[in-house]
Write a protein of this length. Structure first.
Length: 413
């Protein structure tokens, strides 16, 4: 099973570079979530290009560029594990993945087993989007680092807005039927019970991930329930199709989402989402952070098509932190990289990120932001040429999101 390699970008410097440090990206590049895989690769390519333009990374033996090598998992755990073996066979020690908590859990188990059996070929897992809390709790590992906020942290931020919004009375939960979606549902129930015990949960719906082509029956259920608020962790086409069906069915409810700020969702929502659709992340285009504003301008110069307009701050932070760990340790050895990343603090481009050593969960502030027409309020920039952008509803500090961990972290060798 041959992986496809993204072309490395070598810095334009006078002295030649040594062979690249290769980053294996195991992600869905085909199938119903191919658009998310494409978006991830653009983000990572931009982040790697920035490092290489600065001269790559200086290790003990000299300067090396970074190189991305993409592997198409088709969003399947078994496929991802086969590709993990292929990456190992090619001598890769740095594994990147994020678009599926189920795949992430499978990879984490595979990497733990691999590292036990191959002490001279250990791997590190850099997770940019798989947000199931179990990955940094019961399943925590010294080889795993999560750069995204987990679903409990995201829900804590969303429900801080709902706590202040007394119009929220009836909530409809709808999520993908796998570990992540189930965790979103559980987190919503717990947070609402604590912050808004007066709120009624009128439904707790699950659907097959990546297989529903028509969400009209679900939209009809939302209308019939009388819900004034929908909470969903859906991502990719499952989110876009859900919101499109809700718009067509005339659903007049607020949507609290994890990912409604890109990948076609704003255009699918249209005017029906103005003031009603919210999302949560570590940054958004109109957050007003100068460092990320400059990074976003550079990203759009490299990827000018409206369809490619999807930049994640955490991808940049992850690659820059990895580059810092490589340089500080002077090696791409997994143990060395893991020791450098554990406990690292990162404050570049407005980030306030701490890689908590107790569980290797990134602790950072989160923005909750609301859909708005471009040019209204602080929504200066739109998303994907849709004419709709987002404005900050609330910024929740890292201290309010540093949730307790149940991790008992094994020691590094």
């Amino acid at each position: 099973m041959a992986p496809s390699a993204a072309a490395p970008v070598t810095a334009q410097v006078s002295a030649p570079m040594l062979p690249p440090v290769r980053l294996a990206v195991i992600e869905a590049m085909s199938g119903p979530f191919a658009n998310t895989g494409d978006a991830i690769m653009r983000n990572l390519r931009f982040a790697v290009d920035r490092v290489n333009a600065r001269g790559g990374v200086t290790l003990a033996d000299g300067r090396h560029p970074l190189e991305l090598v993409s592997f198409d998992s088709k969003n399947q755990v078994d496929e991802a594990l086969l590709l993990l073996r292929a990456a190992s066979d090619q001598g890769m020690t740095l594994i990147l993945q994020g678009n599926s908590s189920a795949v992430a859990a499978g990879l984490l188990e595979g990497i733990n087993r691999h590292n036990q059996r191959n002490p001279t070929k250990r791997m590190v897992f850099l997770n940019y989007s798989a947000v199931d809390p179990a990955l940094t709790n019961e399943k925590c590992s010294p080889w795993h680092f999560r750069f995204d906020a987990n679903s409990d942290m995201r829900m804590a931020a969303l429900t801080e807005v709902m706590k202040r919004d007394q119009s929220v009375r009836k909530v409809y939960l709808i999520n993908q039927d796998y570990s992540f979606g189930q965790q979103v549902s559980q987190a919503a129930r717990s947070a609402l019970a604590s912050k808004r015990p007066d709120v009624q949960i009128v439904a707790d719906e699950f659907h097959a991930i990546g297989k529903v082509k028509d969400f009209a029956p679900y939209a009809a259920k939302i209308v019939a329930s009388g819900a004034d608020t929908v909470i969903t962790g859906n991502w990719g086409n499952d989110l876009t199709l859900l919101i499109k069906a809700a718009r067509e069915a005339g659903v007049n409810a607020n949507f609290y989402t994890f990912y409604a700020n890109a990948l076609g969702a704003p255009a699918a929502i249209g005017d029906a989402g103005v003031g009603k659709v919210r999302a949560v992340a570590e940054w958004h285009y109109n957050a007003g952070e100068p460092g990320m504003d400059a990074a976003y301008a550079a990203y759009r110069k490299q990827f000018p098509r409206p369809a490619d307009d999807y930049l994640n701050a955490r991808m940049l932070h992850m690659v820059d932190m990895l580059a810092a760990a490589l340089e500080k340790g002077g090696s791409a050895d997994a143990v060395t990289v893991a020791r450098q990343l554990s406990g690292m603090r990162w404050t570049q481009e407005g980030a306030e990120l701490w890689m908590r050593p107790a569980d290797h969960q990134a602790i950072k502030p989160l923005y909750v932001f609301t859909m708005q027409k471009q040019g209204v309020g602080t929504a200066r920039l739109d998303v994907e040429g849709s004419g709709y952008g987002f404005e900050t509803a609330l910024k929740v500090g890292a201290q309010d999101l540093a949730l307790p961990t149940r991790c008992v972290m094994p020691k590094l060798p």
